[in-house]
Design a protein around this ligand. Structure first.
Ligand code: GRF
Length: 366
């Protein structure tokens, strides 16, 4: 078969050996990938996050026919490989004949094998399992994304029906270090229907943050990451872990809600125009900590809050929306802070919804 998107087993083995020499890991998965949908994209992102490169072993056309009957595949292997190679998470595609990818596993010797769905390591095909054991591959079973499958898509196509709700919701990852009142407001807006979103992940640099507790109570994925040894700073490993976890979650927008650490690349580069923060002042006035105290001390008569895009600076990204509040003569830092927070809880969910709609109108999700 001739396709620029299909690699040879030798090429992928060379990639695996290069990674191995650098102390990195090659992840391997396999499948048909006939009609790519969001479930595949998220699954592949999760697989990729298990290591440093991902190879997909694709069933050949004959192999798909043998597995799924004469009406499949809908798309030839060269096209399926080309589409897969277009994904950020996929580093190489090989094609295998027959029903099992045992030969590819033995030739490539991946560090990690990822499989989706209702398997357990013990219910994998015996031949493939033996090849994985011989190669020393770690086995990871990834959860399938509910409601997204090729079979469902084909059923809808033949019935002439459409689906709107699942694709209309934007997937949010929320990062916070503390109390989580803005997160609560976002959850409330999702519940009352004013924000068409689903929470893919809640992440904190502080294992005791109330935001994590709120997420767990709501049955949402909640993760604490280790920020590294330097106070008030996320080290490179933490930045990479955040990036990998955000990608694996399938998040389309990253929402900072009281996240007290600065993000850098690779996170910023992975989500251009897709990371939002809320700050308790009318930026560019009073960036940084305790903005309400800064406003009081300066003698201004109005302050407020700003939702802005996040860049590498301290509260310097492009503002998306602001809400002003007057400062009263008898305001204390606490009373002012409480009124700003009330304004934040109204402004943030509304601005997230507007920004999501603007992104959707402009371009497909990352
Ligand atoms: C808010 O004041 C927000 O502006 C700032 O951090 C605070 C977060 O509060 N970035 P909460 O955790 O959402 O209650």
């Amino acid at each position: 078969m001739d396709s620029a998107s299909i690699a040879s087993l030798t090429e992928v083995r060379a990639l695996r050996d290069r990674l191995d020499a650098a102390g990195k890991k090659l992840v391997f998965t396999n499948g048909v990938f006939d009609l790519l949908h969001a479930g595949h994209v998220r699954y592949l992102a999760q697989a990729r996050a298990l290591g440093d490169a991902l190879v997909v072993a694709l069933n050949s056309d004959d192999s798909v026919r043998a597995l799924k009957g004469p009406t499949r595949p809908l798309n030839p292997a060269a096209d399926r490989a080309e589409v897969l190679r277009g994904l950020r998470s996929v580093d190489a595609v090989v094609v295998f004949d027959g029903e099992r990818c045992t030969e590819a596993i033995a030739a490539i010797r991946p560090h990690v094998y990822a499989k989706g769905g209702d398997y357990t390591p013990d219910s994998l095909n015996r031949e493939e399992k033996a090849a994985l054991d011989a190669a020393g591959s770690a086995i990871h079973i990834l959860e399938l994304v509910p409601g997204r499958s090729t079979t469902d898509t084909l059923r809808r196509m033949s019935a002439g029906t459409s689906v709107s709700a699942p694709t209309a919701k934007i997937r949010l990852a929320v990062l916070g270090s503390g109390h989580g009142s803005n997160f609560e407001a976002i959850l409330a807006a999702i519940t009352d229907g004013s924000l068409a979103a689903e929470i893919a992940l809640v992440l904190s640099d502080n294992p005791n943050a109330r935001i994590l507790q709120l997420a767990r109570e709501a049955g949402l994925p909640a993760v604490a990451i280790d920020p590294g040894p330097v106070p008030n700073r996320l080290d490179d490993a933490a930045q990479k872990e955040i990036c990998d976890r955000l990608r694996a979650s399938g998040a389309e927008l990253v929402i900072l809600a009281g996240f007290m650490k600065r993000l850098r690349d690779p996170v910023l580069a992975a989500f251009p125009d897709r990371i939002l923060n809320i700050h308790p002042s009318l930026l560019p006035a009073f960036p940084g900590r305790e903005a309400w105290s800064q406003a009081l001390a300066s003698g201004v008569t109005e302050t407020g809050c700003t939702v802005h895009l996040v860049d590498a600076g301290l509260d310097t990204g492009r503002p998306l929306a602001q809400s002003g509040i007057p400062i009263h003569p008898h305001d204390t830092p606490e009373s002012l802070r409480a009124r700003i927070n009330a304004a934040e809880r109204a402004l943030y969910p509304k601005t997230i919804a507007q920004h999501a709609a603007a992104l959707r109108a402009r371009a497909p999700s990352p």
